[in-house]
Write a protein that binds this ligand. Structure first.
Ligand SMILES: Cc1cc2nc3c(=O)[nH]c(=O)nc-3n(C[C@H](O)[C@H](O)[C@H](O)COP(=O)(O)O)c2cc1C
Length: 156
């Protein structure tokens, strides 16, 4: 299987999740892990599994991830299995009541990524998933890399 993992990352946490997922499926598959700034449209060609990951920024994916998703033609992901993930701060760790409410109302990045890749014809093989950072710049909470590896391994 040919898998492409596309991610954005400011502080390296989403990158670590993307690379961990890549390593977890690499032994049996042709896997490319690619930062959004380096992605070229032709890299989607022949892909059987597309995984898109973004840090949650203001309750959404980054602009670069949104632009990439918008650039995929209608039905461009037809017959392709897709997964969406983000990194995020737990509502429990948010340092104000207002922020906790905002998080509840506006959510995180993985869900809109999942919706978009399905709209482009992709076959979502698991619900969008979030991986937790301890604070804005990380690090990831303990156990999140293992959880990321298992999240994908169990699906393919
Ligand atoms: C400007 C900004 C906005 C953010 N907005 C959110 C948010 O809405 N929800 C959330 O859970 N985390 C938010 N965060 C924390 C990010 O999710 C966190 O920085 C990210 O997971 C780290 O991933 P990265 O190291 O790959 O950039 C925000 C961080 C910054 C700097």
């Amino acid at each position: 299987m040919k898998a492409l993992i596309v991610y954005d990352s400011y502080f390296g946490n989403t990158q670590k999740i993307a690379e961990t997922i890549g390593n977890s499926i690499a032994p049996n598959n042709d896997v490319t892990v690619c930062m959004i700034t380096s992605i070229k449209p032709e890299q989607l060609s022949g892909v059987n599994l597309l995984i898109v990951g973004s840090p949650t920024r203001s309750f959404k994916p980054t602009d670069a991830i949104k632009k990439f998703l918008n650039s995929i033609p209608s039905n461009g992901l037809k017959c392709i299995d897709v997964l969406a993930f983000d990194t995020r701060i737990s509502a429990k760790d948010a340092n104000s009541k207002v922020l906790k409410v905002f998080i509840k109302v506006f959510g995180y990045a993985a869900e809109p990524i999942g919706e978009k890749i399905q709209k482009k014809g992709g076959n979502l093989i698991a619900p969008p998933e979030g991986f937790f950072v301890q604070d804005t710049e990380g690090p990831l909470k303990e156990g999140e890399l293992e959880r990321a590896a298992n999240w994908v391994k169990g699906r393919i």
